[in-house]
Design a protein around this ligand. Structure first.
Ligand SMILES: *Cc1c(COP(=O)(O)O)cnc(C)c1O
Length: 348
């Protein structure tokens, strides 16, 4: 059975979190002389002289409506990258604990592990880019705290089999992190609705991809209230700035436009795949549930350089194990995709 107290770091269990001026006074007042802010204002049109809401209540209420999950099950981070880092800091004792990664996958899990001096155990995906459940079971030990699964997976683009993720959730006594950064582009349903089923589930999503707000740095973690409370205790008090909170709230009213872009992106993706298949140096294009495709070619480095010479940047993944020969290409606007195709058609 999963028990959060068994996997929490002792120093975090005992941590007395920072208490801000606004934490200590919550009533109504008109004169705030408690936080050493500049009472005169900001040298801007907009006023940013007051500290922002540390728990981002308004943004969470709106997210709660959109995602169908109570606000108490939502954590907001300065990008989901911050949520990843906070999971390490809350649950992994440096130099002692370990986490399981399933490459090829998103690079930040390993960087975050290294920053926090936490060992990584790597169990590669199968040739079909699915989980090797037996391999994972073999490497789990008493110090394994987290397993990171990215679905749809970056850089391969495919979704990970739902049953396999559920097998992990049901049998692993640590936390299973399901990173759904690309879920808005996927035919698969989110794991958020499984939160009531599994106490050891953390679902990551972000406003950086489909929502078009990468520069605002707003990422989400959905988890049990217990886990969310721990993450809130560990995070910097004002981790989402006021401008980002206001703009995120505004953007979250405009779901129609985002849904339109998602549809357009998927149509563009399917068309791009059809066209790319006609090129003789394209060996394979992996099925994608995301806003990018992984394209296996006969000459990745040559094609990469050729595209750079024409002002087009894609991600060269040929040095990544199981991605040999492959370029990861983000779906652009119709004009950008056309330019990409026309350029590739000139490649000899
Ligand atoms: C882009 C990406 C993120 C980063 O999200 P931020 O919210 O911008 O930090 C997280 N996970 C995966 C798999 C990504 O591709």
């Amino acid at each position: 059975m999963f028990d959060i107290n068994k996997i929490l770091r002792p120093n975090i269990k005992n941590l007395v979190p920072y208490s801000s001026a606004r934490d200590e006074f919550k009533g109504e007042a008109s004169v705030f002389l408690d936080a050493n802010e500049n009472a005169y204002g900001s040298p801007l049109e907009q006023q940013y002289n007051r500290y922002p809401d540390p728990l981002q209540h308004k943004v969470k209420l709106r997210l709660s409506e959109i995602k169908g999950v109570p606000a108490r099950n939502i954590f907001l981070g300065n990008g989901s990258d911050e949520a990843i880092d906070i999971l390490f800091r809350a649950f992994c004792n440096p130099g002692i604990d370990n986490v399981i990664l399933v490459p090829p996958t998103y690079g930040m899990y390993e960087v975050s592990a290294n920053i926090n001096d936490v060992a990584t155990k790597k169990v590669h995906l199968t040739e079909e880019y699915q989980l090797n459940l037996e391999g994972i079971a073999e490497v789990i030990d008493e110090h394994t705290k987290l397993i990171f699964i990215c679905s749809p997976n970056n850089p391969t683009g495919n979704s990970i089999n739902r049953d396999d993720i559920e097998t992990l959730l049901a049998n692993f006594n640590g936390i299973v992190v399901v990173d759904e950064a690309y879920i808005n582009f996927s035919r698969q349903k989110t794991f958020i609705q499984e939160l009531t089923e599994y106490a050891n589930l953390v679902v990551l999503q972000t406003l950086s991809k489909a929502w078009g707000l990468a520069a605002l740095r707003v990422g989400m973690a959905f988890a049990s209230q217990e886990i969310v409370e721990v993450m809130n205790k560990v995070k910097p008090p004002y981790n989402i700035n006021e401008a980002s909170q206001q703009l995120a709230l505004q953007a979250l009213q405009n779901t129609d436009l985002v849904n339109l872009w998602i549809k357009e992106t998927l149509a563009q993706r399917d068309n791009l795949v059809l066209q790319l298949k006609n090129l003789e140096f394209v060996v394979d294009i992996y099925p994608s549930d995301a806003n990018f495709i992984l394209v296996k070619t006969t000459d990745p480095n040559g094609i990469y350089r050729f595209l750079v010479e024409h002002g087009i940047i894609v991600r060269n993944r040929t040095s990544v194990e199981l991605c040999e020969g492959s370029l990861r290409i983000t779906i652009g606007t119709p004009d950008e995709n056309k330019k990409l195709l026309e350029t590739l058609q000139q490649y000899r």
